[in-house]
Ligand binder design. Structure first.
Ligand code: NDP
Length: 330
């Protein structure tokens, strides 16, 4: 059926500026790591993207290797762009990344100029577009000069193949180095993409948000729901249709009795706030205004609806935050 975007799609979503750039991102963004590969029904992937866009989610996050098989999530998204989003391309912020293994041999992963720029060309081809909005170095490469990796990102912009650049999972010190190199080249660092959730606080321990604020860069938190653990889906066992049941990136071991007790405690707090656990987990990630966006995944459109409704209550009392820490931290 022909897709007609909801005319009210910008009425409820909130947007935040990414650092000191000119780019706003929706508070909730959709990632295509799971549920968009060649191994799942296209119609579901399409329904997820349509629902997201109808709710004001303008940012879709990909990487060269998302699938399985690697590359197939970009192909799926390219198909959706062509069939449903063709007239909306300028309303979208599409990101992709290079850093993990994409093809065999010494040039198929990490941060060399050869790999990074070849990978971007392949990503653009798979998605059927000339330019991505954000191009990321997916991980720091300890064996390649940072100048080379950042130089490749800068050249992607100069060549018109990316509008902005980002880095993912770099620690604070490396982030400062990367930002300085990019600044000297004239391509400011737009954004950093780290993992961050109530259960994963390395960003706080590393002082990453302070560093990014000093650099004028934004931050988009990936796996804010800890891959679904910070939702109500595992509170009464492991449903057949779930990431933990599939057992690939999320192991059932992460759902030990001790962890479940913590989740039940968090769920009680969420209920008092009138939120689902997923909604509270997202509000928590977004409580600091320096956090530009929370980057979720979803297997069903209703999950996206539930997540977006988190925006109805983003504030926390200090006592609530302390209580959350009591359950979520060791
Ligand atoms: P989340 O932590 O948001 O987990 C998503 C999963 O949680 C869904 O697949 C679903 O699980 C479950 N879920 C989502 N919403 C709800 C809800 N409202 N109620 C109940 N369950 C819910 O993030 P992801 O792990 O999917 O990662 C998000 C994105 O982050 C990726 O797509 C990718 O773009 C990015 N990412 C980046 C990385 C990097 O290195 N830069 C690494 C990893 C991710 P189920 O499928 O079981 O239904």
């Amino acid at each position: 059926m022909t897709y007609v975007a909801d005319k009210d799609r910008y009425s409820t979503m909130k947007y935040r500026r990414s650092g000191r750039s000119g780019l706003d991102l929706p508070l909730i963004s959709l990632g295509l790591w799971h549920n968009f590969g060649g191994d799942v029904p296209y119609e579901n992937a399409r329904a997820l993207c349509r629902r997201a866009f109808d709710l004001g989610i303008t940012h879709f996050d990909l990487a060269n290797n998302y699938g399985p098989p690697p590359g197939s999530a970009e192909e799926t998204f390219g198909r959706i762009l062509k069939t449903d989003f063709a007239s909306h391309r300028d309303e979208l912020v599409i990101s992709t990344k290079a850093g993990y293994r994409m093809w065999p041999g010494p040039y198929g992963e990490w941060g060399s100029r050869k790999y990074v720029l070849s990978s971007l060309d392949r990503s653009l081809k798979r998605m059927g577009i000339d330019t991505v909005d954000i191009f990321y170095s997916h991980r720091f490469d300890p064996n390649t000069p940072l100048e080379e990796t950042m130089g490749a990102l800068h050249d992607a912009v100069r060549q018109g193949k990316a509008h902005y650049v980002g880095i993912s999972s770099y620690g604070s010190a490396r982030t400062a180095e990367a930002a300085a190199i990019l600044r000297s080249l004239g391509t400011p660092l737009l954004i950093h993409q780290p993992s961050y959730s109530m259960l994963n606080r390395w960003v706080e321990e590393d002082g990453l948000l302070d560093r990014l604020a000093a650099e004028g860069a934004g931050c988009i938190a990936f796996t804010p729901l800890a891959q679904g653990v910070l939702t109500n889906k595992y509170l009464n066992g492991i449903p057949k249709e779930s990431r933990a049941a599939a057992g690939k990136s999320l192991s059932p071991n992460q759902l030990s009795e001790d962890n479940l007790a913590r989740l039940r405690g968090l769920d009680e707090i969420a209920k008092r706030r009138g939120q689902s656990l997923a909604q509270m987990a997202l509000a928590w990630v977004l409580r600091d205004p320096r956090m530009t966006s929370a980057l979720i995944g979803a297997s069903r459109p209703e999950q996206i609806e539930d997540c977006v409704a988190a925006l109805k209550n983003l504030s926390f009392e200090p006592a609530e935050l302390a209580e959350i820490d009591g359950h979520a931290q060791d």
